[in-house]
Design a protein around this ligand. Structure first.
Ligand code: 4NP
Length: 146
């Protein structure tokens, strides 16, 4: 099972989601992340995401931002998007037969807010939202019920 986390820049939310889900699933699963834009390609996660992850015992500092590509839809089984714009942009790249792999990470059409232009509080909030949703996703993946 291979899981891809997607946000806009791949420096704030999806690197956290990657780190958290990896931490919960362990080495038997492949978890990666990407952005819908290439503006930050090659960059480390935002320093505030690194700090928030570190505070919670997770090291995301070696991740590098990259844009999502068409080949990701073959490679990954599930692609989780942080908000509805990401979801829409990712679906545009998918072939019809691949669209079922693409999901919003939160249930009930809720979104993980973009914390980039706000303060550190926003990163704590995003961390907590992702920790909760990744807990549910990890359980479902382990039970084969996703
Ligand atoms: P992310 O946050 O999508 O969670 O990585 C953002 C990162 C960069 C920008 C916006 C959001 N930006 O405008 O450069």
């Amino acid at each position: 099972m291979k899981i891809l986390m997607v946000c806009l820049g791949n420096i704030c939310r999806s690197p956290l989601a990657e780190g958290i889900l990896k931490h919960k699933l362990g080495d038997d699963y492949f978890v990666d992340s990407a952005g819908t834009i290439n503006y930050h390609e090659g960059s480390q996660p935002d320093e505030r995401s690194i700090r928030t992850a570190t505070k919670n015992g997770i090291d995301i500092s070696t991740q590098k931002s990259r844009p999502i590509t068409k080949s990701d839809f073959d490679k990954f089984d599930l692609i989780f998007c942080m908000d509805k714009n990401n979801y829409k942009d990712v679906l545009k790249l998918a072939d019809d037969s691949q669209k079922h792999k693409v999901r919003l990470i939160l249930d009930n059409e809720l979104e993980v807010p973009d914390p980039y232009f706000g303060g550190i509080d926003g990163f704590d909030k995003v961390y907590n939202m992702l920790d909760e949703s990744c807990e549910i996703i990890a359980e479902k993946i382990k039970n084969n019920s996703i």
